[in-house]
Write a protein that binds this ligand. Sequence first.
Ligand code: FEO
Length: 208
Amino acid sequence: MINAKVIDVFLKINPKKYRYLKNTKIVTMRISSEITKAINDQISYEASSTYAYIAMGAWCERIGYDGSAAFFFEQANEENTHMLMFIHYLNKAGAEAIIPAIEKPQDKFDSLESTFQAGLKSEQTVTKLIYNLVDMADKEKDRAAYSFLQWFVSEQIEEETLFQTILQKFEILGRDKLAVYQIDQSLASTRTQVMAKKQIKNNPQSTG
Ligand code: FEO
């Protein structure tokens, strides 16, 4: 699949050599350049989030917080999936998804709690970006983009709630070594429960 603009460029470079492209299946652009740019920015943010969570997981693993390491590595997988969803969306809409360069993420933290604070802050930023995208789609009456983005709206509610719930554990149990150990231990199962819930949400028929 190729879009008309790309074909024009090749035909201008060498009309003889690329004349076969005239018969190529053309994907019509079904998305504005503004939304395309905003989704490409989102792809970039999801990619950075993927690396940020890998860095948090690696820090936890090094320190010995194995439950949290498992949590963050799985969170990184989710961000990677989000990035791919946006990439597929743009390509299928006949636009061009841009694969971004990624800056080195923060890889040192003061405490286990601070990794979750950083995670919550990042999720709050994603929520704002998603809402901004929804507003753009609404303003442009781009129903396809609007509908596609609804999944991310509910995903962000879950993500923020998840991080807030984990941070509450520090308020309830405290921050001494035993409390932090218990919180860390609880996180591997927290992630399993979240994944099970998401599977039901994404595949309601899988519950029988
Ligand atoms: Fe892809 Fe957690 O936002």
